[in-house]
Design a protein around this ligand. Structure first.
Ligand code: NAD
Length: 291
C-alpha cells in the first residue's frame, strides 16, 4: 500500500478517504475546512496544511471538489508539486471540457490522470459502494483502477479523457427526467383517487417501473418519508443538468426534456427547494410545496 493525497474532504470525500485508510493506505488529507481534516485524522488519516504538503511524495492524488473552478485551481498546485509517476484522479462532477483541459495539462507535465466522477450519494461514499465512470488512456485507467475499486463497487472505463464526465451528466439528465415523470404520474394518480401505495404496487410491476420509482417513491427508506432530507439535493441535480445542457449545446444535441428538467429544478431552487432531495419536485408538481 502507498501514500494517497486526498483533497476535498466534504460530504463525499470524507467517506471515500476513510475507505482508502481502511484499505491500508497512508492517506494525507487537505481541505479548506480544518474540521474536515480533523475528522480524517480521527479515522486514521494524516493532516496536511496545504495542497503542496498533501501531494509531495504521494503515489496517488484524489480530488473530490465542488466544481470546475476548484478543480482547475487545485491542479495548478498539484501539477507543480506531485512526484513523477503519481496517478491523478479527479472524482468531482465538472464539465467535460474542463476535465479534458486538466487531463491535458497533466499529460503535458508527464502525469497519467483520469476523470472519475461517481454515481451514488453520501451513503455509497462511506459504504464503499460508489460506481466510478472513468475517462482517460488505458494506461491511466489501469493505474487508477485499484484505488477506485477500494472506494466503489464498480469501476467502468468510459473512454478517453472527459468520457467519465460525459457518462455522468447523461446519466443524471436521464435520472432527472425519470424522476419528474415519476412524480407527475404520482401527482395525477392522487388527483384521480389512487393512493400512493396502490399506484406504486401497480406501476412498479408494470411498464412505468424505473429506479426513480422503486428506490424513491414512496418506499419506506426513501427521502419522501423523512421530509425529503438527505439523499441527493435538488441544487446538485440542477448543477448536473446545467452541465448537461452546456454539453448538449456544444455537441449540437437536441435535449428538449433535459431542458425542461433544468427549468423545473431552476424554478424549484428559486422557491427554496434547493436543499431538499430531488424527489421533492413532487411537491412542486402537485402544488403542495411551501418553503
Ligand atoms: P462538499 O461541498 O460537501 O465537499 C467539497 C469539499 O471541498 C468541501 O469540504 C470544501 O471545503 C473542499 N474544498 C473546496 N475547495 C478546496 C480546495 N481548493 N482544496 C481543498 N479542499 C477544497 O461537496 P460533496 O457533496 O462532497 O461533492 C463533491 C463533488 O462530488 C461535487 O462535484 C458533487 O457534484 C459530486 N457528487 C456529489 C454527490 C452527493 O450526493 N453529495 C453525489 C455524486 C457526486
Amino acid at each position: 500500500m502507498g501514500t494517497v493525497a486526498f483533497l476535498g474532504l466534504g460530504n463525499m470525500g470524507s467517506g471515500m478517504a476513510a475507505n482508502l485508510v481502511k484499505a491500508g493506505h497512508t492517506v494525507r488529507g487537505y481541505d479548506l475546512n480544518a474540521a474536515a481534516i480533523s475528522a480524517l485524522v480521527g479515522q486514521g488519516g494524516q493532516a496536511a496544511d496545504s495542497v503542496e504538503s498533501a501531494v509531495a511524495g504521494a503515489d496517488a492524488v484524489v480530488t473530490m471538489l465542488p466544481a470546475a473552478g476548484h478543480v482547475r485551481g487545485a491542479y495548478r498546485d498539484i501539477l507543480a508539486s506531485a512526484k513523477a509517476g503519481a496517478i491523478l484522479m479527479d472524482c468531482s462532477t465538472i464539465d467535460v471540457q474542463s476535465a479534458r483541459d486538466v487531463v491535458a495539462a497533466a499529460a503535458e507535465k508527464g502525469f497519467a490522470m483520469v476523470d472519475a466522477p461517481v454515481s451514488g450519494g453520501v451513503a455509497a461514499a462511506s459504504g464503499g459502494t460508489l460506481t466510478f465512470m472513468v475517462g482517460g488512456t488505458p494506461e491511466a485507467f489501469s493505474a487508477a483502477q485499484p484505488y477506485l475499486a477500494q472506494m466503489g463497487k464498480a469501476v467502468i472505463h468510459a473512454g478517453a479523457a472527459g468520457a467519465g464526465q460525459a457518462a455522468k451528466i447523461c446519466n443524471n439528465m436521464l435520472l432527472a427526467i425519470c424522476m419528474i415523470g415519476t412524480c407527475e404520474a404520482f401527482a395525477l394518480a392522487r388527483k384521480l383517487g389512487l393512493d400512493d401505495q396502490t399506484f406504486f404496487d401497480i406501476s412498479s410491476k408494470a411498464s412505468g417501473q424505473s429506479w426513480s420509482m422503486t428506490s424513491y417513491c414512496p418506499v419506506p427508506t426513501a427521502p419522501s418519508n423523512r421530509g425529503y432530507e438527505g439523499g441527493f439535493a435538488s441544487a446538485l441535480m440542477l448543477k448536473d443538468l446545467r452541465l448537461a445542457m452546456t454539453a448538449a449545446k456544444g455537441a449540437g444535441a437536441a435535449t428538449p426534456l433535459g431542458a425542461e428538467a433544468e427549468q423545473l429544478y431552476t424554478l424549484f431552487e428559486g422557491l427554496g427547494g434547493g436543499g431538499k432531495d430531488f424527489s421533492a419536485i413532487l411537491k412542486l408538481l402537485d402544488g403542495s410545496w411551501s418553503r
